[in-house]
Design a protein around this ligand. Structure first.
Ligand code: CA
Ligand code: CA
Ligand code: CA
Ligand code: CA
Length: 324
């Protein structure tokens, strides 16, 4: 969720006297064009099936003038010097844990690094049966908790989930909540996924959807992230029956821009910027293990570790704010 990380960059730029910068320009080959892609036409009836489409010609492109910021010999930031506002912090994982017997209420358990270990933040929030949602609802750089309950969102701006809460109606019971910065204003807002249709809103308030479009099919799990690093969060779907992912770089009906397979049937998808490069990528949660990948491509997990217990739902966000 890159926008909030602008502050982190600015903070890093203000810097301390010991900070030095090294700029490295690299040649990056556009691999996407060289791969025959499978795209999903989401807006068709009857239910669409993947079909092969031709990919654009491969073309090398010069890009990514990287700026490595060091302080006292320690790498403190990596910036795309040609892209002001590039993010420098990473998302980390958490889980939503619903006790089998209530009380106690459900709890959000967050970890501040993508490593095995004990939770570093626990927020008791919501009721049994709620669907968890996390985001930066006030644009301060910290992701906080929320739940979707029978057609209503209940969001908190406090890292500890304390009141006052933002409560409003949007959607129907049975919808799947999603969150992202759909309009690149630095504030995450809510949305819904319902049987192949996304409904996204640019305000955390009751009202109509600002964007409605189709992607995927009934049974898919809706995703949100900034797959191309332009600061705009867009949607995708994960198909639990096959582990296929269909990611789109615009919030509109049409072909998926990225199609890949990751995970196995039954995995729960999770997305975030695991390496702080400004691009959100995929991951899955299986039993009590996270398998995170730093590119939206087929392959094995880059980061694998255990957290939570089987039955928990995966979360991702920046729980402790930028530059921490
Ligand atoms: Ca916030
Ligand atoms: Ca926004
Ligand atoms: Ca984007
Ligand atoms: Ca990333």
């Amino acid at each position: 969720m890159p926008n909030r990380k602008l502050r982190a960059k600015q903070k890093a730029k203000q810097g301390s006297p010991g900070i030095r910068r090294i700029v490295i320009t690299t040649l990056v080959l556009s691999l996407i064009g060289g791969i025959t892609a499978i795209a999903l036409l989401a807006n068709s009836s009857p239910l669409p099936l993947p079909e092969p489409v031709a990919s654009p010609p491969q073309s090398p492109s010069l890009s990514l003038s990287k700026e490595y910021v060091y302080a006292g010999g320690k790498l403190v930031a990596t910036e795309d010097s040609s892209t002001p506002g590039a993010p420098v912090t990473q998302d980390t994982i958490g889980v939503f844990h619903q006790p089998l017997v209530s009380p106690p209420p459900p709890s959000f358990k967050m970890r501040f690094s993508n490593t095995a270990g004990a939770e570093e933040l626990v927020v008791q929030f919501g009721q049994p049966g709620d669907k968890p949602i996390v985001g930066d609802w006030n644009g301060d750089g910290t992701d906080t908790v929320g739940v979707f309950r029978n057609g209503a969102f209940i969001l908190s701006n406090s890292p500890d989930g304390s009141t006052p809460h933002i409560v409003f109606s949007f959607g129907n019971p049975g919808d799947q909540p999603v969150a992202g910065d759909w309009n690149h204003d630095g504030v995450d807002t809510i949305g819904l996924y319902r049987n192949g249709t996304f409904f996204l809103r640019n305000m955390n308030s009751a009202g109509g959807a600002d964007m409605t479009f189709e992607l995927g099919i009934a049974g898919d799990v809706g995703l949100a992230g900034d797959w191309d690093g332009d600061g705009v969060h867009t949607t995708g779907v994960f198909r639990p029956s096959t582990g296929a992912l269909f990611l789109k770089n615009t919030n509109s009906t049409g072909f998926a821009d990225l199609v890949l397979t990751y995970g196995i049937p039954g995995d729960k998808p999770v997305t975030g910027d695991w390496n702080g490069d400004g691009t959100d990528t995929i991951g899955v949660y299986r039993d009590n293990t996270f398998y995170l990948r730093n590119t939206n491509t087929n392959g094995f997990g880059d980061i694998v570790f255990m957290f939570g217990v089987s039955g928990d739902l995966p979360l991702a966000g920046d729980w402790n704010g930028p530059n921490q």
